[in-house]
Each structure stands twice: as structure tokens, then as C-alpha cells.
Design a binder for this molecule. Structure first.
Ligand SMILES: *[C@@H]1O[C@H](CO)[C@@H](O)[C@H](O)[C@H]1NC(C)=O
Ligand SMILES: *[C@@H]1O[C@H](CO)[C@@H](O)[C@H](O)[C@H]1NC(C)=O
Length: 450
């Protein structure tokens, strides 16, 4: 009887859900030919000009993050790291005012926060990506680097989005990074005591060091950070030559972006077609890694292989992992119920022109409780090749609500409960000597790692 019920349920839900997944478009919310920097006052504008810091052609947007739930109302943020000089501020709110080249940015929290020439480490020097938590906090990871100069130590700032004030600063110790060689580009934050019950005092931030190939773990309870290294964080030279929209470029980036299902940390180097994971319980152990940054090597696993490399990735609350492959350009998802293989890349319809090099990706729950995928695309292949044309739209912030996809994957789930034995047959090559360590409970991701 139950079986009949489920079959009916699936038949009732699936065709509609699949149909809407097919027809729903990725929305372009903001687009630029070139970044547009706005200023609150004439003095701020003049200061940027006087310091040779208003060269918008030098700017590339990297990340997007959305504040849906603070008292300030909805705000969309982006980052423009200081790959070179000429960037008046590195963290910005996107306004609805538009000029010829696109929407006008405003500095966040305000212009006085931005260390435009490296002279003040109390300010923000250069930011690649941020994380926004359920606690209405923005976690900002500042590299401290402008161009090739390490002006300041990297630091982690916690900004209260209700008040736009600094609630905590953690400056990384020289044991955690190497000047200029390290580049802290991508944080994710996991809150163990979220509201409404929790007090947001137990937050862990995981940060990718893309160029010195490491992971940094920050624990708010200890107010301490430690470094983790593993061979899987290195770029694969065979995957260092990329093609996007018929343009080839070389980018040998290591560990690039992070995601988590609450049990494991997922990561991949940019120059790689593999996805890797490690249990959070392993990397959360400060003692072990303070003794040896390369400890517990066998707890790190290859969990999948893509059809081609990708930059950013993000996971929703149902543990679907989203990413955009470079060649061909496809917005794709891996379901937690299927092995991570090219064959199981579930395409999500999207115009490839809109998603050339997705460097920033987040899942945010909106006011109505629906999860949305947010993306920044910046045609990095053109920046790398020097073929960027400012007469064209180059940079975009995009949104794709996920409720239709999640309905489908829910019905996938009820279906695969009855056929889960086929999932179990998948196995990854490599050591299984530390099985017990890598899987503490029975999780929906079991099949990816054993
Ligand atoms: C730039 O650096 C100089 C010192 O080197 C400092 O006096 C000046 O205020 C700085 N400008 C900004 C905008 O930070
Ligand atoms: C960290 O790992 C060490 C060595 O395996 C172990 O003795 C210790 O209990 C662990 N600490 C925590 C907090 O799990």
C-alpha cells in the first residue's frame, strides 16, 4: 500500500517539477561592461582620485553575497580584490542606481574602511570572497595583499550586518601563512549554535589558501586558527590549461572553493577535475594539525570527477553540490544520492554566455524561505588573455531559485530509498583503512566516499 502511495506521489510530482526545472531561467540581476564605483561624498571621490585609486578598468568582481535577513533590509554585496592598484574599495554594496557601464557600487561598510594604499592594517586591504551566516554576520577574509605586496597580515573580520559595525577581528599569525605566497580567497562558515535557539558563539570558518595550497580553520570559541595541508590541495598540471568559450588560458590555482554538508568539507583545486572531501571532525582537531600540518593524510579522499574543471561551487541544504564547468560551459548539480561522476552531472538550463567563469557562488535562503543559487560570472578567460572588451557586458550577478530542483531531488530521494543498494556498489579507489574515522554516522553522502 505504501509503495503504491509513493509511486502515485512520484508520478504526481515529478513531471511538473521536471518541467519547471527545464523552463526556469537563470536571472541576470546586475550586469556591467566595467565596474562603476560610487562615493558617498565628494571628498571620498577626490581622495580616491588623488591616490590614483580610481581605475575601474582594473576591477574584476569575484564574489556575491546577499543579506536577506538583517534589520537593514535586503542588500547584495560584491568584492573587487586588489590584483593591482587603482581599486578604490574592495568590498561593496550593489545599488539600484545605474550608469552607462552598469550599477553603481558603494563601499562597505564605508569608504573610511578601505586601506586603499596599504598604509593601515586596521582597515580592509583586499577581499576575494565573504561568507554570510544565519547570525546576520558577514565574515570577511582580507588577504592583506595589493598586487604583489603583502602590506598587512591576512585577517578575518566579523561584521554585524544589523549595525554594519565590526564585532570581531582575528589577525592571522605568521605560522598560518607565508607572505605573498599565501592567498586566502574563499571562506565558508559553519555555525553550530544558530538562532533562534543558539547564541552564535560556536562558529568555525574554513578558508582556502589557493596559492600556498592549504586550508585554514578558525574556531571562534578558541579564537584560534590552524593550518591544514594535503596533497589534494595542489593543482594538477595536466588540468592547468583551461578552455572557456573557445579561449585557452593557463591557471594553476590550487584549492579554490569549499562547501559542506555539515559532516564533511568538500573542496577542489581550480586546476583539477576532481572533487575531494575530508570529515570536519578531522580538520577541526587543532592539536593534531598544530603538531603536523600534513597530519591524517588518509582522511582526505577523492570523491568525484567532473567532465571539466570549475571555479566556484556551493551546496544547498539538501546537499546538492552546484558548479559551472568550463568546457562546455554548463550549470550543473551533483545529487547527494549519486556518485560524483561526469555522467551524474545534472544540467540546469542556463545560457552559457551568462556564466563564463563563475568565480563566486552562494546558496542563500530568501525571505520566503526558498533557497536561491547566486553567482558572479566575470569571463576570467578574457582577463587572463587580455581580450576583455569594455563595449561588451563582462560581469554579471545571477540568481536561480532552487525550489523546483529540490522538489525533483526530493522525489529522487524517495525513489532511491527503494533502490539504494545500487548506490552502495560505487566505490572510490584508494585507501579505506580509516573508514571509521571518515564516516561517523550514516549520512546521505556515504556512497561518495567509501
Ligand atoms: C596613503 O599612504 C600614506 C602614507 O604612505 C598616508 O599618509 C595616506 O593617508 C594614505 N592614503 C590613504 C587613502 O590611505
Ligand atoms: C584530536 O586528535 C587526537 C589524536 O588523534 C586525540 O587524542 C584527541 O582526542 C582529538 N581531540 C579532539 C577534540 O577530538
Amino acid at each position: 500500500m505504501w509503495r503504491a502511495f509513493f509511486v502515485t506521489l512520484i508520478l504526481a510530482l515529478t513531471p511538473h517539477a521536471i518541467l519547471s526545472a527545464k523552463t526556469r531561467k537563470v536571472e541576470v540581476l546586475y550586469e556591467w561592461k566595467q565596474m562603476v564605483y560610487g562615493f558617498a561624498t565628494e571628498e571620498d571621490l577626490q581622495d580616491a582620485i588623488d591616490n590614483d585609486n580610481l581605475v575601474p578598468e582594473n576591477a574584476t568582481p569575484i564574489d556575491v553575497a546577499v543579506d536577506y535577513h538583517s534589520k537593514k533590509g535586503k542588500r547584495v554585496f560584491t568584492t573587487t580584490p586588489r590584483f593591482t592598484t587603482g581599486i578604490p574599495y574592495t568590498l561593496a554594496v550593489v545599488t539600484d542606481k545605474t550608469e552607462e557601464n552598469g550599477p553603481v557600487l558603494m563601499p562597505y561598510p564605508d569608504y573610511s574602511w578601505h586601506n586603499s594604499n596599504g598604509s593601515s592594517c586596521e582597515k580592509i586591504t583586499s577581499v576575494f570572497r565573504v561568507a554570510i551566516t544565519e547570525c546576520n554576520q558577514m565574515i570577511v577574509v582580507d588577504t592583506g595583499v595589493i598586487g604583489d605586496v603583502q602590506h598587512c597580515p591576512p585577517q578575518l573580520l566579523v561584521i554585524d550586518l544589523n549595525t554594519d559595525t565590526l564585532s570581531h577581528r582575528y589577525v592571522f599569525d605568521p605560522s598560518i601563512y607565508v607572505d605573498v605566497a599565501s592567498l586566502f580567497i574563499a571562506p565558508i562558515a559553519i555555525v553550530s549554535d544558530p538562532p533562534p535557539k543558539g547564541s552564535c558563539s560556536k562558529v568555525k570558518v574554513y578558508v582556502a589558501d589557493v596559492t600556498f595550497h592549504g586550508l585554514v580553520v578558525y574556531d571562534s570559541e578558541l579564537d584560534a586558527a590552524w593550518r591544514v595541508e594535503n596533497r589534494f590541495m595542489y593543482p594538477d598540471p595536466d588540468q592547468g590549461l583551461h578552455t572557456i568559450a573557445d579561449e585557452k588560458f593557463i591557471q594553476m590555482d590550487g584549492i579554490f572553493d569549499l562547501a559542506s554538508d555539515g559532516k564533511k568539507l568538500y573542496f577542489h583545486p581550480l586546476a583539477s577535475i576532481n572533487e575531494y572531501s575530508v570529515p570536519l571532525s578531522v580538520v577541526n582537531n587543532r592539536t593534531v594539525f598544530e603538531e603536523n600540518v600534513e597530519a591524517v593524510p588518509y582522511a582526505f579522499r577523492r570523491v568525484g570527477e567532473r567532465s571539466s574543471s570549475c571555479a566556484a561551487h556551493a551546496m544547498d541544504s539538501q546537499n546538492n553540490l552546484y558548479f559551472v564547468t568550463f568546457n562546455p560551459i554548463k550549470l550543473t548539480r551533483w545529487s547527494p544520492k549519486k556518485p560524483y561522476t561526469p555522467k551524474n552531472e545534472l544540467d540546469i538550463p542556463a545560457d552559457p554566455k551568462l556564466i563564463e567563469f563563475v568565480s563566486g557562488m552562494k546558496v542563500h535562503k530568501n525571505k520566503a524561505g526558498i533557497e536561491e543559487l547566486w553567482m558572479t560570472s566575470n569571463r576570467f578567460q578574457k582577463i587572463s588573455r587580455g581580450t576583455l572588451d569594455f563595449n561588451e557586458v563582462n560581469f554579471r550577478l545571477l540568481r536561480r531559485p532552487l525550489d523546483d530542483i529540490q522538489k525533483v531531488s526530493n522525489s529522487d530521494k524517495s525513489h532511491s530509498v527503494s533502490v539504494s543498494s545500487s548506490d552502495e556498489s560505487h566505490s572510490e579507489s584508494g585507501s579505506s583503512s580509516d573508514e571509521s574515522q571518515s564516516d561517523s554516522g550514516s549520512s546521505s553522502n556515504e556512497s561518495q566516499s567509501d
